[in-house]
Unconditional design. Structure first.
Ligand code: FMN
Length: 174
C-alpha cells in the first residue's frame, strides 16, 4: 500500500487560545511532519497561488469570501503520480466547520475510487466539523476512514502529547 500525506496549512499570524502569534510553520504542517515520521510516507503540501494574508484578521475575511463564493483557489503545483497512492492521509485546518477551499480544488482533480482516505484536522474547538461528510462528494468511491482532530494550540504547547495521539490514530486506529 503506497501512502501519501497531503496537507494544507498556513504559517504567519494565528490565534493560540490566549494570544495571537506569528509562526513559521502552521499547526497542520507540524502534525503532518509528526505523521510522516511515524508512518514514513511521502508528503505533499497543497499551496494556493494567491496565499491568504499574513495577518489573521485579513486572512479570516479572505477565507470567508472564498467559502461564500464556493471558490476553487488555483494551486501552485500537484503531486507526481498521484494515481499510484492508495492510502491518502489528508490534513487540513478546520475553516468554519469544513476544509479550506483550496483542499476542494485538490480533491476535485482526482478519481478516488478504491483509495482510502484518512482525514486529520487541526482546529480551535470544533474538531473535524462536518468535513467528513463534505469529503464524501469530491472523494466519491473512496473509503473515508476514522478521522483525527487535534486542537491547534496543543500542537505548539504539548507536542509530545500530540505525537502520541497521532501515533495511536495512525498505528492502531484509535
Ligand atoms: C479562516 C479560518 C477559519 C477558522 N475556522 C475555524 C472553525 O470554524 N472552527 C475551529 O475550531 N477553528 C477554526 N479556525 C482555527 C484553525 O482551524 C486552527 O487555528 C488550525 O490549527 C490552523 O491550522 P494551520 O496552522 O495548519 O493553518 C479557523 C482559522 C482560520 C484561519
Amino acid at each position: 500500500m503506497a501512502k501519501l500525506i497531503v496537507y494544507y496549512s498556513r504559517a504567519d499570524e494565528n490565534y493560540f487560545g490566549d494570544s495571537m502569534r506569528y509562526v513559521e510553520e502552521g499547526n497542520t504542517a507540524k502534525v503532518a511532519r509528526m505523521l510522516s515520521e511515524i508512518i514514513g510516507a511521502d508528503t505533499f503540501e497543497i499551496k494556493q497561488k494567491t496565499p491568504y494574508a499574513k495577518d489573521y484578521e485579513t486572512c479570516i475575511k479572505e477565507a470567508m469570501a472564498d467559502l461564500q463564493n464556493n471558490a476553487r483557489p488555483e494551486l501552485v503545483e500537484w503531486p507526481e503520480n498521484f494515481e499510484d497512492y492508495d492510502e491518502i492521509y489528508l490534513g487540513f485546518p478546520n475553516y468554519w466547520g469544513t476544509m479550506p477551499m483550496a483542499v476542494y480544488t485538490f480533491l476535485e482533480k482526482y478519481t478516488w475510487l478504491r483509495k482510502r482516505v484518512y482525514p486529520f484536522a487541526t482546529h480551535q474547538g470544533s474538531g473535524l466539523g462536518h468535513s467528513l461528510k463534505d469529503l464524501r462528494k469530491p472523494c466519491r468511491g473512496a473509503m473515508i476512514m476514522k478521522g483525527l482532530a487535534v486542537k491547534g494550540e496543543n500542537v505548539d504547547k504539548f507536542p509530545e502529547n500530540v505525537k502520541l495521539e497521532v501515533e495511536r490514530w495512525a498505528l492502531y486506529g484509535e
